[in-house]
Design a protein around this ligand. Sequence first.
Ligand code: NDP
Ligand code: 2IT
Length: 454
Amino acid sequence: MSIVAVDVQGQIDRFNAGIQERNPAEYEFHQAVQEFTEMVMPYVLSHQKYSDAHILERMTEPDRIVIFRVCWENDEGTICCNRAWRVQFNNAIGPYKGGMRFHPSVTQSVLKFLGFEQVYKNALTGLPMGGAKGGSNFNPKGKSDREVMRFCQSLMTELSRHIGEDTDVPAGDIGVGTREISYLFGQYKRLQNRFAGALTGKGLAFGGSLIRTEATGYGVVYFSKHMLERRCESLFDKTAIISGSGNVALYCAEKLLQEGAKVFTLSDSSGFIHDPDGIDQNKLAWIMTLKTERRGRINEYVKQYPTAIFYPGQRPWSIKADLAFPCATQNELDEADAKLLITNGIQLVAEGANMPSTLEAVHYMRKVGILFAPGKAANAGGVAVSGLEQSQNALRLPWTRKDVDRRLQDIMAHIHQQCVEYGEDKDRHMDYVRGANIAGFVKVADAMLAYGIA
Ligand code: NDP
Ligand code: 2IT
C-alpha cells in the first residue's frame, strides 16, 4: 500500500471518529456518513478546493433540526404523545425536499441518516432540490383512520411553520402514504389559507402527479435495466427476489413483470412469502388490494395461493434468483446475506429502500464485483417525480401519465450516466457506490463553495 493510500484511510478514520464523537449513539447516521466518506474522501483530498474549504465537515452538519411534541386523542379519549422531527439537512441546490416516516423505530439518528442520503440522491436527479427528512415515532399500524387524521393534523399544526413550496417540501416514506399526505395537506391548507404545493405525493384530485405512486419502484427497475444493458443483458426472463410489500416493493414487482422478469418473493416485518410459480399480474393485483384497501399482512397470500410458502420471521435472501431488490427498510441485508446471495449466483442487487445493506454487505458486494446499485441512485425515481409534481404545481398544469413516465425514464438514465462518469475505471469496471456518491457530492459541494463560507 502506498503512503498516499495509508494517509487517505487515516483521514477517513479520523473524520469518522469525529462524527461519532459529535453525534453519540447515532449509529445509522454514522453508517451513512462512513459509506459516503469512504467514497468521497479520496476525491476531496485530490481536489484542494474542497479540502481547503473543509467541505466534508460542513456537509455532515445539518442546517437545522426541528424537534417537537405531537399530542393527539385516540378513539377511547386517551391523550397520546409522540415526538416528531424535521431534519433540514442541506438546501444548497434547492428548497429542502424529502419524505416523512411514521414508524415506532424512528429516532433522530434514523432521520439524520435519511436526510443526509436525500441531499445526494436529490442532487443526482438533476432537479433543484435540497435534502431533508422528517417523521415521528408514531405507529400507524392498527390505528383507525380518525386516529391517523388527528395525529396528522396535530403534527402539521407545528410543522406548517417550517415548510412551504419554496422552503421545504415533505412527502411520504414508510408509514406515510396517500391517506397521511391527504390529512397533512388538508391541515396545511387550512392553517395557511393558501393552496400551495408544499407537500408532494398528493391525491390526483388536489395537485398530485400521475406516476408518483409508482415512481420509486419503477425507477429502481429502469435503473437496473441500464446496469444490465451496459453489459449487453436485459431483464427479460430474469428471476427476482424482493423484500417489503409496501409502495416501493409492489411497484418494483409490477415493472419487473412488465419487463418480462419473474418475481418469487415479497415480505413484511413478520416474514416473507415464496411463490415458486412466480407472482404474476393477477396475484400482484390481489396483493395491491390486500395492502392498500384492507391494510392486510403478506402471510394472507398463502391462503389465497396455497402453492406458496410463508417463512415467518425471515427475509427472502436465501431464495435463489438472478436479481435482488431490498425494498423494505435499513440494514435488512447483512454480510452473511450478501455471501448467500452471491453463492446462489445473484447478478444484480438494487436498493429500493434507503441503506438496506449494512456497510459490511456493501463492502463485500463491491469486492466481489456484482452489479450493485446504492439507494441514492436506484431509488431516486420517487423524489424525482415529487420534483415533477412541484413543477406541475408551479405551472398549474398537470402532465399526462406518458409524459411523466418519459421524464422519469430520462432522469433514471441521467443518474446512471453520472454514476458511469465518476464510477467507471480504466478497465470499464463499474463501481456504482463510488459513482453515485462522488457525482452527488460534486454538485452540492460546488454550490456550497460558490456561496463562500456558510
Ligand atoms: P411502506 O410503508 O409503503 O412499506 C414498507 C414495507 O417495508 C412494508 O412491507 C413493511 O412491513 C416493511 N418494513 C418496514 N419497516 C420494517 C422493518 N423494520 N423490518 C421489516 N420490514 C419492515 O414504505 P415504502 O415502500 O414507501 O418504503 C420502503 C423503503 O423505501 C424505505 O426504506 C423508504 O425510505 C424507501 N424509499 C421510499 C420512497 C417512496 O417514495 N415511498 C422513495 C425512496 C426510498 P410492515 O407492514 O410489516 O411494517
Ligand atoms: O426516500 C425518499 O426519496 C422518499 N421517501 C421520497 C421523498 C420525496 O420527497 O418524494
